[in-house]
Design a protein. Structure first.
Length: 217
């Protein structure tokens, strides 16, 4: 890749305490619809007392007391969506690391190291920089060059879909409640619609949504 076409290196991020976490909440009717999309058995099982206690201690506690395991799934979905929305806002405000801009950062560092590598400085000064550093950076640059990168927004959406899929299937499985892949897709599709998150809708782009929720690699 010609260096002139490389992106700028990623910029520094502010301290974590400077980020304000966004909070998403389903409307009551949306909550009930999501519960209906889950296995009926989850709506019949009570929430463990320790989960209730921990949930009530969180900064953004549930709007009402969680009663069933189906409520737990929906509550955790809210949390995953809140994290996604926060990440998307941060990604839009700051230049996040990508394959292209990390390569640009490596190239900038290798350019700065040239006097130490080609003998342009005295031996004592050159010895400050490890002799193998440039080779290691070159190897890393080649490795990153083989990445199949996707836009940050798509990766964030895939992480969100994967997170929801995992706790839906894990909670269902742990409570002997069977749920098909199709029903998982219906649940995630409706949750994303409620949150107004742009995504491949199940009715029109089932294969694309499936690839996000159930990636092959």
């Amino acid at each position: 890749m010609p260096r002139a076409k490389c992106e700028k290196p990623p910029g520094p991020l502010p301290a974590i305490e400077h980020f304000r976490r966004l909070t998403f909440r389903f409307r009551d009717e949306q909550w009930r619809r999501l519960v209906d999309l889950l296995p009926n058995r989850l709506a019949l099982l009570d929430v463990p007392s320790d989960y209730k206690e921990n949930a009530e201690k969180k900064p953004h506690a549930p709007r009402w007391l969680l009663k069933t395991m189906a409520d737990v799934v929906v509550h955790e979905t809210e949390g995953a969506i809140s994290s996604y929305l926060t990440t998307e806002r941060v990604s839009s405000e700051y230049r996040m690391p990508t394959a292209a801009n990390v390569r640009a950062a490596i190239q900038r560092l290798r350019d700065a190291l040239k006097p130490f590598v080609d003998g342009s400085v005295d031996t004592d000064t050159a010895d400050i920089v490890p002799a193998e550093l440039d080779e290691a950076l070159a190897a890393r640059e080649r490795q990153i060059g083989g990445w199949r990168s996707s836009p940050v927004s798509r990766r964030n959406l895939q992480l969100l879909c994967g997170a929801i899929r995992v706790f839906v299937t894990n909670i269902a499985g742990a409570n002997d409640a069977m749920i098909s892949n199709q029903d998982v897709l219906k649940y995630i599709d409706f949750a994303l619609v409620c949150a107004r998150i742009d995504h491949p809708h199940l009715g029109k782009h089932r294969d694309r949504l499936t690839a996000l929720v159930f990636p092959k690699d």
